[in-house]
Ligand binder design. Structure first.
Ligand code: NZQ
Ligand code: ZN
Length: 393
């Protein structure tokens, strides 16, 4: 087991009616002037925003609304939010929504606490975030895990570059998680969220480092749970048991808990971000397109790892190590296909790409061949080209 540091300070308030605790949590974490960040309107339509704002009023907490965060949230919108937070004098940023809203709120928190810095410099690694404002979350979708993660992902829409910032200061102060708030998620979005939850553990699981037993068993249990309750949720999205299991899996899967003691790979996420950055596709769907292409390209580098995954997650015990490894890849694809998720560029709706477009994806992912991504096999430009070509059907 490798050395690690693990600190997830987010206070989690989970279960039916949890949103009633919002004002109390805001107060506890020092919020007196709150910027309430939300997305395209689902939180308004459901009445959740109204419920929260009434509570804030009753608790004498001043607030201002900042809506409009889109899926694959943009840098320009986050910059706009920084200005709003600064003008209002916000001391806490409250995200009401999913990963896109939460990531926007995290960016606003960093920007509002560092008004002399353009936030993109943090994402580009030119500046380090030394201070931020507390972020609170009222979660409405189980997917990205941003409610507890150390990550925030933004897209510079002028260049199509989608980039993540991973720092301890990205962990929210509190997360309010009522599974009933997720009952209204559109079906395709629910499926994409299930894939994202699964992939946050699978992208950590695929490593050449064997013998990390507790972490491996936790990871396998989480993935099996996502398969079981993902299927159940897709047949009835008002099933409290299924939606609560998914919601909790979503958080645990991206806290790092399912990858402790081994190096995380995450090359599939990075390959997939290029698809969302350039074509605006849904994050979870970009992962189901890229994972099988990546897996088929690299599995022979450590087939025993893939075989262990196949055996312990999918019960594929027959055949040679390589046959089991391939069975695990097929089972994963079947699961995603069963949820109605895409497995190729055509199925995700961007069509078959020409070589110039494929090269643009590989160049962007590897900074024109200057860097590699991931560790299972460090993905260089040539390998990235080969993986994108495999998905180009
Ligand atoms: O914008 P609104 O109107 O709220 O609608 C959203 C949006 O259209 C809708 N939605 C959310 N909750 C709903 C609902 N509709 C009805 N009822 C509800 N209860 O769902 C759509 C998608 O929302 P979004 O926030 O984009 O979903 P998700 O949570 O999947 O977040 C995706 C974003 O997070 C990033 C992704 O790359 C993507 O940009 N990620 C963030 C991570 C992190 N910060 O740790 C890790 C992930 O790997 C991921 O990269
Ligand atoms: Zn993800």
């Amino acid at each position: 087991m490798n050395n690690f540091t693990y600190c997830v300070p987010t206070e989690i308030i989970f279960g039916r009616g949890a949103e009633k605790e919002t004002a109390a949590a805001v107060k506890k974490h020092g919020g007196r002037r709150v910027l309430v960040v939300f997305g395209g309107g689902s939180a308004k339509k459901s009445g959740l925003l109204d419920t929260i704002e009434k509570q804030l009023d009753a608790a004498d907490i001043r607030f201002e609304e900042f809506g409009g965060a889109q899926p694959n949230p943009t840098l320009s919108h986050a910059r706009e939010g920084v200005k709003r937070a600064a003008t209002f004098g916000a001391d806490l940023i409250l995200a009401v929504g999913g990963g896109s809203v939460i990531d926007t709120a995290k960016a606003i928190a960093h920007g509002a606490a560092n008004l002399d810095t353009d936030i993109w410099d943090f994402w580009l690694g030119k500046k380090k975030v030394e201070r931020t404002l507390p972020v609170g979350v009222v979660l409405t979708i189980a997917a990205a895990g941003s409610e507890t993660s150390d990550s925030s992902v933004l897209t510079d829409e002028t260049t199509g570059k989608k980039r993540g910032l991973n720092i301890a200061l990205n962990r929210p102060a509190f997360a309010i998680m009522n599974p009933e708030l997720t009952y209204t998620i559109p079906r395709a979005q629910l499926a994409a969220g299930i894939a994202d939850i699964f992939m946050h553990t699978l992208d950590r699981y695929m490593t050449k480092e064997m013998g990390n037993h507790l972490t491996d068993r936790i990871a396998e249990a989480l993935m099996k749970n996502v398969v079981r309750f993902g299927k159940k949720a897709m047949t009835n999205h008002r099933d409290y048991e299924a939606m609560s299991e998914l919601m909790w899996c979503g958080s645990v899967s991206h806290t790092d808990f399912t990858g402790l003691g081994r190096t995380k790979d995450f090359s599939v996420h990075k390959l997939a971000h290029e698809l969302s950055g350039k074509y605006g596709v849904t994050h979870g769907e970009s992962l189901t397109v890229m994972w099988p292409a990546w897996a088929r390209e690299v599995y022979l580098d450590a087939p025993e790892r893939f075989a262990q995954y196949a055996e312990n997650v999918w019960g594929a015990t027959v055949g040679t190590v390589e046959e089991k490894a391939r069975a695990g890849i097929r089972e994963t694809e079947e699961f995603w296909r069963g949820l109605g998720l895409p497995l190729s560029f055509t199925e995700i709706g961007i069509g078959e790409l020409d070589e110039t477009a494929i090269a643009a994806l590989a160049d962007s992912c590897t900074d024109d061949g200057k860097k590699t991504v991931g560790v299972f096999r460090p993905i260089d430009r040539e390998t990235a080209l080969a993986i994108y070509r495999r998905a180009n059907r």
